[in-house]
Design a protein around this ligand. Sequence first.
Ligand code: SF4
Ligand code: SF4
Length: 374
Amino acid sequence: MDMTPPVGPPLWILAELTYRCPLHCAFCYNPVDFARHDQEISTDDWLRVLQQGRALGAVQCGFSGGEPLLRDDLEVLVAEAHRLGYYTNLLTSGVGLTSRRADALKAAGLDHIQLSFQDSTREINDFLSHTRTFELKERVARLIKDNGWPMVMNVVIHRLNIDHIDRIIEMAADLGAEYLELANAQYYAWAQVNRAHLLPTREQVQRAEDVTNAWRQRLGDKMRVFLVVPDYYESRPKKCMNGWGNVFLTVAPDGTVLPCHTARMLPGLEFPKVGEMTLREIWFESEGFNRYRGSSWMKDPCRDCDEREKDWGGCRCQAYMLAGDPAAADPVCAKSPVHQVVEAAVAKAGSVASSEHPLVFRSADQSRRLQRMF
Ligand code: SF4
Ligand code: SF4
């Protein structure tokens, strides 16, 4: 039976303003072929996106990238989003957040900044981002506090920093963070390219959970700590994006409208650009948004599974990457006929010799090189 829920409006708009970024993170969530999509839509196009999104019912707007501060019109876009009544977030590496720009963003009505760190140590932070940014991030953290924004810190966790979780939490508390998100890398995009280096072992994940729980007891309400475990260590997949075309609408830098920021990798799907259709038409009527809504598209074992409304079959991109079929069950699921590919990756975690497969840092050159390989 088709369990397709009625389609409501998107609640969240993620405005990926640019794929440009001064950092080179080895786990970057931007598409590996980002260099192929280097066009950026204009300020006027973005203003129309914000207006159409709000008319459609969206209430939250996240400005991300790449590094969104590389767009000179960020303050204009934040001001319009604020005027329209969105709750606005800026997701930033901190590079470019000077006190002048912080003042301008405050005046524009920005509600919330999420600042990313790569680690609690200068060495690993700067190594993983391939830039000298650790002290800058500390300065930006203080600037965020001085401007009265809630201090939300995000650290992507993987094998190279997971054993520093204790010090990462301590650093976040010292910098006065109200929220700390310890988001284990999800193995898409650049993290998938570097998975052999980044996937932690089961023991590391367990230790990280124990350390985090001890800190939660100690911190009480002073700082909330979220730890997202890598889904490779679960036996059921996550409810990806809270369901395809259910809550999130992402607009890529070139104006392509996507159900999630990696969906463009899926074969056989066209995603319209802003200007070709309205956001309302794209959300409700486009093939790209409708293909994997609900359950009518499912195959075995999802089709008759009594958990299909819990996770909607997991992640379509992960199904495509690991099973070669975007309509397959997410291989993280123990019921997937190819679940052994996940088990094999977990069994190998920790055993790669880095000289054989050097870590690949995100850059436009590497993006072009990897495009040629796939
Ligand atoms: S993950 Fe790193 S390289 Fe990628 S956009 Fe964020 S800061 Fe830039
Ligand atoms: S078989 Fe499909 S619907 Fe059932 S739990 Fe696994 S991924 Fe979810």
